[in-house]
Structures are given as C-alpha cells and as structure tokens.
Design a protein around this ligand. Sequence first.
Ligand code: XMP
Length: 180
Amino acid sequence: MHPGLQRVLFHERDIAARLDEMAAEITEFYQKKPLTVLAILNGSLVFAADLLRRIPLPLRFESLAVASYQGTESSGIVSFRQSNLPAVSGRHVLLLDDILDTGCTLNAVRQRILAEAAPLSIRAAVLLQKKKPRAETLVADYAGFEIEDEFVVGYGLDFDGHYRNLPVVGVLNTSSLGLR
Ligand code: XMP
C-alpha cells in the first residue's frame, strides 16, 4: 500500500464497477436532453474523465476551478479561480465533483449558475459522499459511495496538492506526511 495511505477504501475495480452503474443511470435520465457536464476542478478531474467515457450521449463538457480546502479542513469560503462561467443557459447541467463533504462547494456553484445563467436544470454527481448531517438542499443526485467522516485522498483527491495521482481512494495516513 502507498505510504501516504492509512488504508484503502476503494480499489480501481470497485470504482470502475460503480461508475458503470452511475453512468447507466445518468445516460437514461439525460436521453434526448441538451446536456452540459460541468466538472468542478481540480478534484473531479479523474472521476470526470472516467465517468464521461461511459456516457454515450451527445454532450458538452465544461469545467470550473474552485477551492475551499486548507489542509484537511473546509474554509467554508468557496473561491472561484476563473471569472467567467461556461455558457449553460438553455441546457441541462450535470455538475461533477469528487466528494460531497459540507456541501458548500456544490451549493456555491449551483447558486452562481442560477444567478448568472438560465439552465434547464442542475443536478450533481459525486464519487464520494461523507456521512454527516447537512441541509436537505445540499445533496447529490448521484453518489458513488458513502464514506465515514475521514479525510480521503487519491483518484483526484489531494492533501495539499499531493496524492491526486493514486489510482485508489484511501484514508490519509497523517503520520506519513513528512514523506511527500
Ligand atoms: P465541501 O465541504 O465543499 O467539499 O462539500 C467539497 C470539496 O472539498 C474537498 N474535500 C476533500 N478533499 N479529501 C480531499 O482530498 C477529503 O476528505 C475532502 N473533503 C472535501 C474536495 O476538493 C471537494 O471538492
């Protein structure tokens, strides 16, 4: 196991099997709808690349770079790293994010889209969803796996910019942080 991980939660084969199921559900829902998939970067990069290739629909792909985490804690403030939103008026928008934790990020992106554009709908798909209480409005329409409230890395998720390239998702080994 990678020294940065305390334990592996999902291996590549687990993720691939779950993405097949999520993609099938998404493909069925968006038949004959003008779809824009909007990936929230950087965390959803790997998830988006793998999920997109399983959705055989005509679609547009866009991305939006945001940040809210400092170390292993959400700052609660979502900063947009680009000033312009992709053009999504008149389209169904599917937001992709790596993980739903506090829900601040998805909520901020949704609110900004609704304030600046007129999409036909907005849904959200996340690979991981932490089991923790959050407002009813802060939910994902598609969630790959439910996890405990632990800090996870790999498969696009980082700690301080590291570990995004691990092919698995695992719990961060905080005692190995000097090894990065
Ligand atoms: P919120 O709290 O806004 O979190 O729902 C969403 C964003 O915060 C990052 N995040 C994590 N990143 N391990 C990570 O590597 C985690 O356990 C974790 N929890 C939240 C992530 O970028 C996500 O988009």
